[in-house]
Design a protein around this ligand. Structure first.
Ligand SMILES: *Cc1c(COP(=O)(O)O)cnc(C)c1O
Length: 411
């Protein structure tokens, strides 16, 4: 059979792992422990000489099946799944960084990631956050102890776009691990491997799962980075092939220490969602483009932040990197319109945190997800006090437009 493409690969992935039973879905194996007729097999699995399962904190056949699917989506050399996107990020940092190391991170990050960076500081890791829309600013932050650069693709809520290629080249020149959080632009829209990412972290809770029923995360090794050059791999994992050293350490040490393992039931739900990811994303991104244009033209809206609009400061970058412009729109109603009042008037759009769902969700940013950071930091991040962030879903566009039409009329 000739090489098949993205969605074909996903919907046939499980079946290929199940040739004996013919099941088109990988079975949900809800066993925590795995027993062996021959004790030597268990010994070999523990010693990494043989593939297999020992205990569900590190793997089950069902999480392995999901890993293989997600790995294929990103064209990686290995993947690990976790109980949430935050678990994937935290486990990666804590496993690969030591006290005294330095990490450069985007200053425009999903709100919980700076919390992890704060924790890293408490454990002696230096952190510098910079404006990643310009790779030169990343370059200026490099120190002799810099180990890693971490960025998202499209930031939330202001939709800044990182200089993904520029940072990739910089990391290659300086032998830095380049981690891209690809949650906002899943593999169907963007291949982080092609801009030089070493590791991709992603929240499967969002577009990959898509249905808002389960949390999960993943780390994918793209094979771009040669881990034999990385000081922080422990001796016991050096015996692995170069491309497998980091993921083995994250699995054997990180998942053990932090325990953020994904259950088989959850892995199955994510795999079901993944089957329709490309269809959902095309619909949601198309809806987002139309809504962004509608809001941009509306006289009760002062400003719209959406990479698909030509007025967006990194519109051309977005066009270069991503298949479409994503499904997150932020906007500021004009002065005098209370964002909470506007959300109250919307009937279809759900006031909820979360993004990447089938349903359109919105929230007042300054009053909710960025409330804790305070006014001064919000201003630094370019977040206005009446900003609304919206994650556009797959509803019929006419219904979404009518909902905004009637809501804005009442404000
Ligand atoms: C939601 C999100 C995460 C965290 O994922 P969870 O599955 O909610 O823990 C990480 N990064 C980005 C960009 C996100 O949007």
């Amino acid at each position: 059979m000739s090489k098949t493409q993205f969605t074909t690969n996903i919907v046939h992935a499980d079946r290929k792992l199940n040739p004996d039973s013919g099941a088109v879905h990988y079975p949900v194996v809800n066993s925590v422990l795995f027993g062996y007729e021959n004790p030597q097999d268990l010994v070999d699995i523990f010693q990494g000489k043989q593939a297999g399962h020992a205990y569900a904190r590190q793997s089950t056949p069902t999480t392995d099946a999901l890993q293989s699917m997600v790995n294929d989506m990103e064209n990686g050399v290995g993947c690990l799944v976790f109980a949430s996107g935050m678990s994937a990020i935290t486990t990666t940092f804590f496993t690969l960084l030591n006290a005294g190391d330095h990490i450069i991170a985007s200053q425009f990050l999903f709100g919980n990631t700076p919390s992890v960076l704060g924790t890293l500081k408490r454990f002696g890791v230096e952190v510098t956050q910079v404006d990643v829309t310009n790779a030169q600013l990343v370059q200026s932050a490099i120190q002799p102890n810099t180990k890693m650069v971490f960025t998202e693709t499209i930031a939330n809520p202001v939709t800044q776009i990182a200089d993904l290629d520029g940072i990739g080249q910089l990391c290659q020149q300086h032998n830095l691990v380049y981690i891209v959080d690809n949650t906002m632009t899943p593999s169907y829209l963007f291949k982080a491997k092609e801009v030089g990412a070493s590791l991709i972290t992603t929240s499967l809770t969002k577009y990959v799962g898509g249905h808002g029923t389960v949390t999960a995360g993943a780390v994918i090794d793209t094979g771009n980075y040669d881990w034999t050059n990385f000081d922080n791999i422990l001796d016991s994992f050096r015996q692995q092939p170069a491309h497998a050293q980091a993921l083995t350490q994250i699995k054997k040490k990180g998942l053990r220490d932090l325990g953020g393992c994904l259950s088989s039931d959850s892995a199955h739900l994510i795999a079901l969602g993944a089957e329709t990811m490309s269809l959902r994303l095309e619909r949601a991104c198309d809806n987002a483009m139309q809504l962004a244009q509608y809001l941009n033209d509306h006289d009760k809206i002062a400003k719209v932040y959406y990479p698909g609009l030509e007025s967006h400061p990194q519109h051309l970058d977005a066009k270069k990197y991503f298949k479409t412009f994503g499904a997150i729109i932020s906007f500021d109603p004009i002065a005098g319109i209370d964002p909470v009042k506007l959300l109250t008037e919307l009937n279809l759009v759900i006031s909820a945190t979360h993004l990447g769902d089938n349903r359109t969700l919105a929230l007042p940013v300054a009053q909710t997800i960025f409330y804790e950071m305070g006014l001064e930091n919000r201003q630094k991040a370019g977040i206005s006090e009446n900003m609304i962030r919206m994650s556009v879903g797959i509803e019929d566009i006419g219904d979404l437009l009518s909902d905004f039409e009637q809501a804005l009329m009442s404000c």
